[in-house]
Design a protein around this ligand. Structure first.
Ligand code: ADP
Ligand code: MG
Length: 712
């Protein structure tokens, strides 16, 4: 593979002269910009061409107001007929714009006095923005605009009317205009011959794709769509040039995962024999019997561990499906064979909870369990580290503290990573390398994030995959409602009632700001407010800025039912298990994604009483926000939610999620392009068998990060 890879660079990035096509050869790109681009994985001018637009705006012609549709972006021209500040929930400047066909409101939440003056009645404007349907009809919120006077001054006044405007995924304050200029320059620098078609026309046709363009022309079309293009197809991602590139991208993804799998199969690990004595004893003391799905998965793992190659298995099970006990059985197999096991969890609360559960299960079997988190007092930490190194600790549970350099094991056989989406691939890798005899550690990674089948096929081709596809019996589905914040008092009454009935309640505070400080402040304020309204309810508070012991104390008190109401930030999102909690209030749910909401909601509905989730939203809701809440109300099924999430997010947020290594598609959309999956799998297999250099070139072109991510 390594060899093929270097050959590939030549196929994919045919060098143009000794300097090659380094990114700095593009006009306008100096070292500073180059560095920013490199952070996005763009190193050569060719990489740049594969940085594809997220979406398009049609600024090629002026539309009439009558033609406008909700959700579309458009250029319009007209005259201002009214201008005034409205004092609703939020102060805003509203100007009405009129053309010969109709009227539309322009609304500004942020505006200066000068701006208000500039938009006086009678002013003629050209403006651009996304049309939405407000209470008073069509509205554009924060349009870009230029007055006719300004237009007359700036000649040439016309924007590009030959091409649609591409909007690129970006970061680091790289403005859209810059991206377009770089692309323009890249197409001047790069000649069609520099770009090799790695998938030929015959193969495209075989997959049912038609294209009349070379790869070069296809890319050019997507970066600079001519104004004659079928915008319907383009916006849907169904233009032949898009489909053809999506096909190539999917093949590359598949190839990259196949390569990882092959490599994984070549990594030796110590086989861990199956054993039944310990397992039987543990089974006997469980207060439940395993579900059929748990049992199946337990065997899959047990079989894998017996092989002399390193296991890399993903265990997926919806929230509450009972993954922890499966992890315990896997750990037991290693421990029964004289090896150690480790469990890494993303938060201290979760690590602590696992430690409690595992201690309860393992202590009767005389197995020693220890917890390691960074905030422990130094002497306690040192002692655990020492006992792990000499083998006295048989199961070590912790946060990322486990991967610190000073942590060594005597004989680590199995590493279990809970809620793997919270960890980077690198962290997983570090844990799996905690042996010094050159053998790898078996890995079990667990996630509650459901993975649609199509995604599993292409993205997790490098992992073995187990699913717990049923919940333990006796669970009642969580009833979910959405209630606007102006009915807050009623919701608080409901909380009180639940507490009176002996139930426990979560109140989750969210904030869109990334700032942890603000999040914690919001939770503190809410806890104070609730304490005032509910003097008889015992209230606890957890957030990320509490000391570890404080957090654990509160969690323990809540678990032990000494607290009735737990106010929390999203720190409780993963894993926490308190079966008596049957009501959850989520504030500002509109700010969270479906996956996160589902995770949160999974904290209730773990016992046998009917559970409820109240999504306490702020009005007005955006259309997307509304859609998300509707979906949450309609289903408790993590798989359905995942499919919807994928559909709603699209490739737009890909860049942000890339780090997680999960969804790194630029252009393809597994849902939309699902018809391509079968030919993709066939062709990828063929290419990897017959033309390894080409396989490597494809991976290099589309998944330059694959190498970095894969060795996990
Ligand atoms: P998750 O998959 O979300 O990590 P947990 O492992 O925390 O779920 O399990 C949720 C709850 O279900 C725990 O209280 C656990 O003890 C319980 N549980 C697990 N398996 C079963 C089962 N087969 N029958 C009944 N309860 C179970
Ligand atoms: Mg869990």
């Amino acid at each position: 593979m390594k060899k093929a890879n270097s050959a590939s660079t030549q196929i994919a990035n045919k060098p143009a002269g000794p300097a090659g096509l380094h990114i700095t050869r593009i006009k306008g790109i100096g070292p500073a910009i180059a560095e920013k681009l490199q952070r996005l994985g763009i190193f050569s001018a060719l990489d740049l061409l594969f940085h594809l637009p997220l979406r398009y705006e049609d600024r090629t012609h002026v539309q009439t107001i009558q033609e406008l549709r909700n959700g579309h972006s458009a250029v319009i021209e007209g005259e201002i007929t009214s201008n005034g500040v409205q004092f609703g929930k939020r102060r805003s400047l509203v100007c009405r714009l009129k053309d010969s066909s109709g009227v539309i409101d322009l609304r500004f939440f942020y505006f200066s006095a000068a701006q208000q003056k500039n938009l006086a009645v009678g002013t003629q404007l050209r403006c651009f923005g996304e049309v939405s349907l407000g209470r008073n009809g069509l509205t554009i919120i924060h349009p870009e605009y230029t007055t006719f006077d300004e237009l007359a001054e700036q000649h040439p006044a016309t924007p590009d009317d030959q091409h649609l405007t591409a909007i690129y995924p970006s970061s680091d304050g790289l403005h859209q205009a810059r991206w377009r200029a770089y692309m323009q320059a890249a197409f001047t620098l790069i000649k069609p011959d520099d770009l090799i078609d790695l998938v030929d026309v015959k193969q495209l046709n075989h997959a049912g794709l038609t294209t009349h363009h070379s790869l070069y022309d296809a890319l050019k079309t997507l970066h600079f769509p001519p104004n004659t293009i079928d915008t319907h197809l383009l916006y849907e991602g169904l233009h032949p040039d898009q489909r053809r590139l999506a096909f190539e991208e999917l093949i590359a993804q598949r190839l990259s995962h196949m390569a990882v799998k092959n490599r994984q199969h070549a990594i030796s690990a110590h086989p861990i024999r199956a054993e039944s004595q310990y397992a039987q004893r543990m089974m006997q003391q469980l207060p439940f019997s395993l579900t059929r799905a748990q049992d199946k998965v337990r065997h899959e793992i047990a079989n894998d561990l017996q092989k002399p190659v390193a296991m890399l298995r993903l265990l997926q099970g919806d929230v509450g499906s009972g993954k922890t006990v499966i992890a315990a059985f896997a750990a037991l197999q290693a421990i029964a064979n004289g090896m150690q096991a480790a469990i890494m969890a993303p938060t201290e609360i979760l690590a602590e909870q696992h430690a409690l559960a595992m201690t309860a299960w393992f202590e009767p079997l005389q197995i020693s369990v220890a917890l390691l988190v960074s905030k422990m007092p130094a002497p306690a930490k040192a002692s655990v580290i020492q006992r792990a190194a000499n083998g006295d600790v048989q199961l070590l549970i912790g946060t990322h503290a486990l991967i610190q350099e000073e942590v060594h094991f005597n004989n680590l056989g199995l590493a279990i990573i809970d809620e793997q989406h919270r960890f980077g691939v690198e962290q997983r890798r570090l844990l799996s390398m905690k042996r010094d005899d050159g053998y790898a550690v078996h890995q079990l990674v667990m996630t509650a994030t459901p993975i649609p089948r199509t995604l599993a096929m292409t993205f997790y081709a490098d992992l073995e995959y187990s699913v717990i596809d049923e919940l333990p019996p006796g669970r009642t589905p969580v009833q979910t409602v959405a209630i606007a914040n102006n009915k807050r008092e009623e919701v608080i009454k409901r909380v009180e009632q639940a507490c009176t009935d002996g139930r426990q309640v979560y109140w989750v505070c969210t904030l869109v700001e990334e700032s942890e400080v603000l999040q914690c402040q919001a939770a503190e304020t809410t806890a104070d407010e609730l304490a005032l309204c509910l003097p008889n309810v015992k209230i606890g508070l957890v957030h990320g800025r509490l000391k570890a012991e404080q957090k654990q104390q509160v969690m323990r008190a809540f678990k032990g039912a000494d607290l009735q109401l737990l106010v929390a930030t999203t720190v409780i999102e993963v894993g926490v298990d308190v079966p008596n909690a049957s009501l959850m209030i989520i504030e500002n749910p509109e700010r969270l994604g479906l996956a996160q909401l589902h995770q949160l909601r999974g904290r209730v509905g773990r016992g046998s009483v009917a559970s409820h989730c109240v999504m306490l939203y702020q009005r007005p809701l955006s259309k997307r926000g509304q859609q998300r809440l509707d979906i949450m109300r309609q289903t408790n099924d993590g798989f359905v939610l995942a499919e919807q999430d994928l559909k709603m997010r699209g490739p737009g947020e890909v860049l942000g999620t890339r780090q997680s290594g999960a969804m790194s598609l630029r252009l393809a959309d597994l849902e939309r392009d699902s018809d391509l999956i079968t030919p993709v799998v066939e062709l990828a297999d063929e290419i990897s068998r017959q033309n390894p250099a080409k396989a490597a070139a494809l991976v290099q072109r589309w998944c330059p990060d694959a190498e970095k991510f894969s060795r996990a």
